[in-house]
Design a protein around this ligand. Sequence first.
Ligand code: XMP
Length: 517
Amino acid sequence: MSIVNHDCIVVLDFGAQYSQLIARRVRETGVYSLILPFNASPQEILSAGRVKGIILSGGPASVTHEGSPRPDKGIFEMGLPVFGICYGLQVMCQMLAGSVECPDHKEYGIANIDIISSSALFEGVSRNSQVWMSHGDRVSALPEGFVQTASTPNCPYTAVEDRKRRFYGVQFHPEVVHSLEGQKMIRNFVLNVCQAAADWNMGSFINEAVESIRAEVGDRNVLCGLSGGVDSSVAALLIHKAIGDQLVCVFVNNGMLRKGEADSVLELFGKHFNIRLQYADAENAFLEALKGKTDPEDKRKTIGKLFVDTFYNEARKCGDISYLAQGTLYPDIVESRSPFGGPTSTIKSHHNVGGLPSDLKWKLLEPLKDLFKDEVRQLGRELGLPDELVNRHPFPGPGLGVRCIGEVTKERLDALREIDAIFIDEIRKAGLYGEIWQALADLLPVKSVGVQGDERTYREVCTLRAVTSADAMTADWYRLPYDVMQRCASRICNEVSAVNRVLYDITSKPPATIEWE
Ligand code: XMP
């Protein structure tokens, strides 16, 4: 995306799961930020726009190992402020002739720093501020010109700086919420040290995204898979704003949708937003393809492939298509592949990203791929999406297919659809929908004995799961009140004849993921 009209901060990515979080924290200060590979040259950095400073992210490597990622030396001679975070601090110190050691004890978790000298970074920060540490190595000798500004008992050089060259570094992670005043430090670096102008907001994002979509697409046509979820809806509206009727949306009914979903999508996008919309009823094809399949990856890939096949079929009816648009977000990408082939590890073949074949005949258009969910919601509001849709819980691309654990059949899907509708209904009635990040029901291929009336039953088990989260990268289970649980269990067993037992999932992510498959 072109950002030439704004000051910006470049984050060099050393493979941390949280690099994008740093960029997003910078954006929260009102300054645009983007991520480049760790080895971007000074020219590449400058061509990103009006760059006012550079942040070196953390990363899983050790600078003491040969072959660990190093930035271009030239970045330290650009006259720009540099802020190294964790690995970023260590690599900066080592390249500027300080040294880094690998002590016996690693340090993970909460610590309180001791600020020992005044620093632009710590303006307005309390002296013993709480931070989040996660490191093995630590700096053992400072490069010339650097001074120590904060320490912890385990890490003397917790924060260091070379005021003259405007180089700063911290061993902890200011970007995560456990660093209580971390955002203040990032703001201090961006606004005070770099003197970047805070003139970026979602409105500018829309204008620039629209411009860049127009420039990329020209007079060609784009096909967008619309699922009715927030991500694809926002992507579709943004693209529609840029290219109008060159966008065709395809809504695939794969038989794995929630109750009432198809009707509400057709109504909102076809009638209200006046977007070209094609409805593909592919329920039978999906169920046929999934017959006998129980492996989660196999199911995801089958569903992903059939989606694309369905698009191909629909595309034939829409003239010449050059792009496939998707509402892929940053967390989808980081969990599916490492953005720069770097060290971030693959967790599951995930989301939109994992299911696509390598020989896809269209180019991908993913205008939301740098954003987090709450940023996308904000964008949706600005684009005029109704609150009810914007505030909707996330729903996975493969739909109820990955919540129907084991084999996916029409009967099991119908039961799950009812269970899901009851669960969401009870959560809404209790006024808890907005507090919960996501609520989901899964049907397990496990049968248990029950008794209803005087009759013995032998039916499947379902699980309910509600989680809180900031960005789906981590999640905690939601403490659902007992009376809500009780109402769900009793309604589900009474109204859905396929199940006779209801469980509540109390696992956080990690170690579990939000979806079961
Ligand atoms: P996990 O299960 O990996 O999910 O903790 C994290 C978030 O992503 C959603 N999810 C998906 N979204 N396509 C999507 O668009 C998918 O294939 C997909 N799989 C999981 C999940 O619901 C949660 O919000």
